[in-house]
Write a protein that binds this ligand. Sequence first.
Ligand SMILES: NC(=O)c1ccc[n+]([C@@H]2O[C@H](COP(=O)([O-])OP(=O)(O)OC[C@H]3O[C@@H](n4cnc5c(N)ncnc54)[C@H](O)[C@@H]3O)[C@@H](O)[C@H]2O)c1
Length: 264
Amino acid sequence: MSPINVVVNGALGKMGREVVKAVCSDPDLKLVGAVEAKVTGNSLPLPDGSGTVPFSADLDGIVTATHPDVLVDFTVAQACMPAARIAVKRGVNLVIGTTGLTTDDIKEIERLAKASKVGVVVAPNFALGAILMIHLAKIAAKYMDSAEIIELHHNQKADSPSGTALATAKAMAAARGKPFRLSPQQSKAAEARGKSIDEIAIHSIRLPGLMAHQEVLLGGQGQTLSIRHDTINRECYMPGVIIAIKEVVNRKGLTFGLDTLLGL
Ligand SMILES: NC(=O)c1ccc[n+]([C@@H]2O[C@H](COP(=O)([O-])OP(=O)(O)OC[C@H]3O[C@@H](n4cnc5c(N)ncnc54)[C@H](O)[C@@H]3O)[C@@H](O)[C@H]2O)c1
């Protein structure tokens, strides 16, 4: 079987560099080009020193020259949408990890993908452990009456609570189908009891030294249950990204979320 040809957009970013390494380490995938706003030349050396691939700030030029099967985008929302339009127009499947896309952006991507009959995977979180944590929390939410979330991140993180914590709370509330039981003191000491989302208090910790961590704590009669996920480094996202690259070539239209891709 011939390898899946991949171009990485945002190739010099923190995530882009990891994706370049992960693609080059997988025998079923082949990096054929790289795109980056802060381009440093017209070729990007492969991480194992075995050669170079075409490198440019001109996404359309790279896609036209290298005919990839999949474009992987880890850039910024403002750059991701123009890239998505170009890729879809050229019939290239897309894996998008960039966060900050609006509901309208997602709708547009879905429309374009359908019209051009390409596959697009958009996943705000590619860490398999985080996806499993949410899945397990959804199961537990049906059986335990109270829940709180502690999310801990590095102190450069712009948003609080994290998108993953918000998504977890919303998914748990939907899975439960009835309100969680609040502690009696919740409303009296609101400033000390976290942000309440669907009767789940979310506590956000921001400290240097942390990466991304989340603990879902559930309480019931005479017992608690904790479900915790810790990331050690950005490699945690790569198994999910690789699964998405291999799957997207066999799917048409939009697949939103790694959970959907995994059939969870
Ligand atoms: N889905 C996930 O699991 C996941 C995990 C981590 C980060 N992210 C998201 O991925 C994105 C990138 O994160 P990061 O930590 O690598 O950021 P980063 O700032 O290190 O990298 C972004 C890269 O994109 C490049 N870029 C910006 N505009 C561009 C353009 N027009 N064309 C080409 N390249 C352009 C930048 O120069 C930079 O090198 C963010 O949106 C982040 O929130 C998603």
